[in-house]
Structures are given as C-alpha cells and as structure tokens.
Design a protein around this ligand. Structure first.
Ligand code: ZN
Length: 422
C-alpha cells in the first residue's frame, strides 16, 4: 500500500514542521514540504492536524490469554490505536503466564491473529509469575520478549531478584519491576495510607511498600549492572531514590502514569474507578512526580491500562479490583491538563511517549525516512468530555470520567495498516 499524509504539522526534534509524509508498504519512504498527491492508494488530508511518531506504552494489560472477559487482544489493541499508540508492551499476569516457550507461544498466536498494532510481550521473572520461587529460563525467552516482569507482584526475596538481574544482564535484556513489599501491607490495602483512608476507615497502602523495594533493587543494580526499569512510580520518596541512583550512574529508568500526574488522594471518591495499585497518593507526591518528569528523573509515561469487568469495579474503594483503563485518554488528558496550562511542553510530552520508551526498550518505528511507519495524527482543537461509553476497551473504569479534553486522535498508522481513523 502506498500512503500519503498531506499538509500536516510534523513533529521534528521538538518542533513542528509543515511536511508531507509518504509511506510505502509500511516504511516511511519520503518526507518533504510538498509531495504531489498522485499514484497513492490513500491520501490522508491532515492539514490543520499534528503528526507525531506513534506513541509507545511499555505497560499495558491486554488480559489475553486467560481473562478475555476483561479485555482481549482485539479490543485492547483497538483501544490503543484510538489513543494514538502504535507499540505496546503487554504485562504477563495472564493465564497461562508467558513463563516458558510453550506458554509464550499461546500469547504470540493471539497477538498475531488479533492485534491491530504492535504488541510485544514481557516474559515473567519467576515461573507462574509468583514473585518468588524458581526463575524462568531468560536465555530461551529473551529473543521473543521486550523484557522481564512479574507485574502485579513484587519479587519478594532479595536473593531471587539478585539472581534474576544476573540472568537478565547475561542475556542483555531489561527488568521492568513492579515494586511492592507486601509484608508492609499485611492486611491488604486499597488506597494510599493517608487522610482519605483514615477518615473513611479504608485499609491503607504506605509509600514505603513501594520505595523500600526500589531502594533494595538500586543496591542490586549497583552490584549486577542489570538494565532496570521501575514501573508506575507513585511516591515522592521513590522519585528521590531514582534521582540519586541516576546521579550515581546506575542503569535505571522509570515510568509514571497519567493518573499520578493529574490526580491525588484529594480527588478520591468511594468508587472502584479511583482504585489502582499503586494508589493515588498525596498532593506532595503528585508534585514530586511532575518535578521528576521535568528534570528527567522520570523518563516516560506509561498508562498501566488495566481493564476489569463492570462487576469487578463496582464494589467501591475497599472491595473493587485494582486497576483502571487509560490508553484511550492518556494523550488527550496530558495535553489538555499538563501542556496547555504550561506545566510541561508538548515536546516533553511527546518525548515521554515516544523517544524515551523506544530508546530504553530498543524499539524501532517512527516517522523518519527509513523507519517502520509508526505515525499518529491528532487534532489539538477538538474539545470533548471523557465518556467511558465511547471506549473501544472492554474496561470502562476511569477516574477521569467527565474530564474535559481538547485533543482527539484522527489517524493511527502502524506499518502498512491504518489501525485507527476518525
Ligand atoms: Zn504493577
């Protein structure tokens, strides 16, 4: 297929340049101020629109195999495409978990059959994704996964993590760590251990259950030299530990999510759609995360898109399942509520959604000549309100229901496919 994007404002190293882009059989083959629109299978008129490299999310839950009542590869990747995402990394809390060649093959088959964008699986760190016990054969899995994670569970024992890091280092892969010390939450927790939890008698999750394991793992990175990425940073102490680790030259990166940047416990209502793990923390944590994004401590933004059924999310803060959807609203929300008020620049946002994850996870794709085409086109003057009824995801639980957004995805191009158009 030969495709021409005509008349757009194209993102180019921090600025926007009026340019046409030609894509031939899934590869960007030309970019220039004006390409004449003859001999194309499709010409997309993108005048007045902004053209970005396709977004990358290194942390999504697509729920298949095993939990197709929550989400499927088909619905999940359509939702990703609607959010402007062209590559996502799928977390391995599945059934079966991708902990062996055979189990990984099941997931790969579903991806091949049903994905409308690129999906890269994580392999698990431990067998059965238990956070303890026997380690997977990383050497066997590494060529087919984007990295290793036990997301949903922290790796409990220091020695287990040390060995995992040594194995990971040996195969030159990356560990994406869900940092949570369950021993600090013996009764289980539902929301941040702060004012809302105390006032409403809801069991709390202390920040230390996150920063404790990060501090432990920083020592292990120092010892092993493993490439290491912290998932969903939510606490101010975590930001400071990672800042210090980077200053010491350690091979560490991290992500945070749109909800941690735009909300805190002051926004909580006693509804399941406000419940995720880690939880919305204090205003001071939210501010520290924004400061971390601005000074480069936080490398990238990942949604932790975690769909559940309406029933699972309909039991209030105390009893609902952990996790909210986010892939369809991430860019519109961040653009409207961080970029437009001048808190971060559009270039910083694009960096956190494209360049940073691609570099860290060594992914190709983009909108430069020679790239495998990953291109997303947004209208930045299209006001609407977040309405879960519009979602392509099966999950509808979002804390941002009713929020105003000014950006709308118009096209998402992944390889030789137009994965989404509106
Ligand atoms: Zn997690």
């Amino acid at each position: 297929m030969k495709l021409l994007l005509k008349g757009g404002q194209v993102y180019d190293q921090g600025t926007f340049v009026p340019m046409d882009i030609e894509v031939t059989d899934g590869v960007v083959t030309a970019r220039s101020a004006s390409i004449s629109a003859t001999e194309y299978d499709r010409v997309l008129d993108v005048s007045g629109l902004h053209v970005f490299p396709g977004f990358v999310d290194v942390h999504v839950h697509l729920r298949e195999p095993g939990f197709s009542y929550k989400e499927t590869i088909a619905t999940g990747t359509r939702a990703c495409a609607r959010g402007g995402y062209t590559t996502v990394c799928a977390m391995p809390n599945l059934n079966p978990a991708p902990d062996s060649d055979e189990h990984l093959r099941e997931q790969e088959k579903l991806i091949q059959q049903n994905a409308v964008i690129r999906v890269l699986p994580y392999g698990t760190i431990t067998l059965g994704q238990k956070g303890e016990g026997e380690l997977t054969n990383m050497a066997a899995l590494a060529p087919r996964v984007c990295g290793f994670s036990d997301d949903g569970r922290g790796v409990k024992e220091r020695e287990t993590m040390r060995e995992a890091m040594l194995n990971c280092k040996a195969v030159d892969s990356i560990i994406a760590a869900h940092c949570e010390d369950m021993s600090l939450i013996p009764a289980g927790g539902a929301i941040h251990d702060g004012s809302f939890a105390r006032e409403h008698g809801i069991p709390g999750i202390p920040s230390q259950s996150e920063w404790g394991p990060i501090a432990r793992d920083v020592e292990l990175i120092r010892e092993t030299g493993c490439r290491y990425h912290v998932c969903h940073v939510s606490a101010k102490e975590s930001v400071e530990i990672i800042r210090q680790a980077k200053a010491a030259g350690l091979d560490i990166t991290c992500e945070t999510g749109p909800h941690y940047l735009l909300m805190c416990q002051d926004d909580l209502q006693d509804e399941g759609r406000f419940k995720m793990n880690p939880p919305l923390r204090d205003k001071a944590d939210q501010e520290a995360l924004i400061a971390g994004l601005l000074d480069g401590t936080i490398d990238m933004i990942a949604t932790d898109h975690a769909p559940h059924s309406a029933e699972e999310k309909g039991k209030g803060l105390a009893k609902s399942a952990m996790g909210v959807v986010g892939i369809e609203t991430a860019f519109p929300l961040l653009y409207t509520h961080l970029v437009k008020p001048g808190i971060i620049t559009l270039a910083q946002l694009v960096e956190a959604l494209t360049t940073a994850p691609r570099q860290r996870f060594r992914l190709d794709g983009g909108l430069n000549v020679g790239d495998r085409a990953e291109i997303t086109v947004f209208d930045l003057n299209a006001p609407s309100t977040v309405n879960p009824e519009d979602f392509l995801s099966k999950g509808h639980a979002t804390p941002f229901e009713g929020w105003q957004v000014d950006a709308r995805c118009r096209y998402t191009i992944c390889g030789d496919k137009i994965a989404y158009e509106n």
